[in-house]
Design a protein around this ligand. Structure first.
Ligand SMILES: Nc1nc2c(ncn2[C@@H]2O[C@H](COP(=O)(O)OP(=O)(O)OP(=O)(O)O)[C@@H](O)[C@H]2O)c(=O)[nH]1
Ligand SMILES: [Mg+2]
Length: 376
């Protein structure tokens, strides 16, 4: 009988997944927020041995969770021999450290969860370098008071290395040097992209960019519009790297269209920083197609998240709202008055070519306006 290669199996830690309804979270549909969080955990390929949801009235500065809620977690961890706890919210480094000590488990907070997903999703050299910088910056911020340094303080003997610096200082310096090296590499990659962009802009070809909340259906739409064969999945951040294709409507070339990384609420600031150069490309677009998943009850909040990020990036461009997944909306009549507030807009199902006609009509008209016919 053939023997199974058991050694290749990954040993996964016993994991507790904690969704917290924090007081600052004003989303009207918290279940949809929790669903999104579970989807993040799945995308990160983490186990879910135990899932726990809790609502907080206030935040504790040392532990994030208040006393009673914390006690529940301590018991859950003990009963289930938990080794890893994943939180839906960002934690300060002090909160993370205190929780780690109290629960005797490794902690992954929202920031680390998203950083890890980005790390797995990055394909191109540029994407990988950007994520590596963000990871290192996160590690540097978490270094304060961690590991060896804390142990030494407790013991009162600050172990000094050759030049009289502590190991923690040396580790910090090492991380800073790595960041600097990666930033230099990134600059070179960016310069190559700038040259490509100049060439594109010089050619006068119009640029259309797909933007929107993660999982809204941007890649699906790119595939339908431009037969692009881009990975479209019910995973968050399936797309990290920009894909660009020629866009034809009624056999006429309208311009080029590109897919971008999806946005999410509380996108770690390290990632915004690292992806700034990719995202700033949006500033060169002639038209933004803002794809919105109309079947998600929090769709209006998702629009807000995207607007806030565009504001942060200083991007202000002509925009069309593309309300997507029409086929999944049960109460279309009810949401129509809300949809009317966003102009101009179209309502489509990106995976059904026939239903995309309102968008292609819009693009066709837009193109006609961009290149007016000379008077006869
Ligand atoms: N029912 C339905 N599902 C859709 C539609 N459009 C996209 N989807 C599904 O929604 C999921 C996400 O689609 P993607 O195209 O990967 O979304 P995205 O915006 O590119 O996501 P990221 O790259 O992760 O930011 C996939 O499972 C798609 O099959 C639609 O019109 N109707
Ligand atoms: Mg995508």
């Amino acid at each position: 009988m053939p023997r199974k290669a058991q050694s290749t199996q990954r040993i996964l830690p016993k994991t507790l997944v904690v969704g917290v309804h924090a007081p600052y979270n004003r989303l009207p549909y918290i279940q949809s927020y929790f669903d999104e969080f579970i989807n993040l955990v799945k995308t990160a390929e983490l186990p879910q041995d135990k899932v726990h949801f809790t609502k907080l009235r206030e935040i504790d500065s040392s532990y994030f969770l208040t006393k009673g809620k914390l006690q529940e977690l301590v018991e859950l961890c003990k009963e289930n021999n938990i080794e890893l706890v994943v939180f839906s919210e960002p934690l300060s480094s002090m909160q993370e450290r205190n929780l780690e000590d109290l629960l005797d488990a490794e902690i992954i907070d929202r920031t680390k969860l998203i950083l890890d997903i980005f790390e797995n999703a990055a394909v191109t050299n540029e994407g990988k370098t950007q994520v590596a910088i963000a990871q290192l910056q996160h590690a540097k911020a978490r270094l304060a008071g961690k590991g060896i340094f804390l142990g030494q303080q407790k013991g009162g003997t600050a172990m000094r290395t050759g030049a009289g610096e502590t190991l923690k200082e040396r580790e910090k310096r090492h991380i800073e040097q790595l960041i600097l090296k990666l930033k230099k590499q990134l600059k070179k990659i960016e310069q190559a992209r700038q040259t490509q962009r100049k060439r594109r802009l010089g050619s006068g070809v119009k640029q259309v960019a797909l933007i929107g909340y993660t999982n809204a259906g941007k890649s699906t739409l790119l595939n339908t519009l431009a037969k692009a064969n881009v990975l479209a999945q019910d995973k968050l951040f399936a797309t990290l790297d920009t894909t660009t294709r020629e866009l034809f409507v009624d056999s006429k070339k309208v311009g080029i269209i590109s897919d971008t990384v999806g946005f999410i609420q509380e996108l770690p600031h390290q990632l915004i920083e690292a992806f700034k150069s990719t995202l700033s490309e949006l500033g060169y677009a002639d038209l933004l197609l803002h794809v919105v998943d109309l079947s998600d009850p929090n769709w209006q909040n998702h629009i807000r998240v995207v607007h806030n990020l565009l504001d942060d990036l200083g991007v202000e461009k002509e925009m069309v709202y593309v309300f997507n997944k029409k086929d999944k909306v049960d109460n279309l009549e009810e949401v129509l008055p809300l949809v009317q507030q966003y102009r101009p807009h179209v309502i489509i199902s990106a995976d059904d070519k026939a239903s995309v006609t309102p968008l292609t009509d819009h693009l066709s008209n837009w193109h006609a306006l961009q290149s007016p016919q000379p008077p006869k």
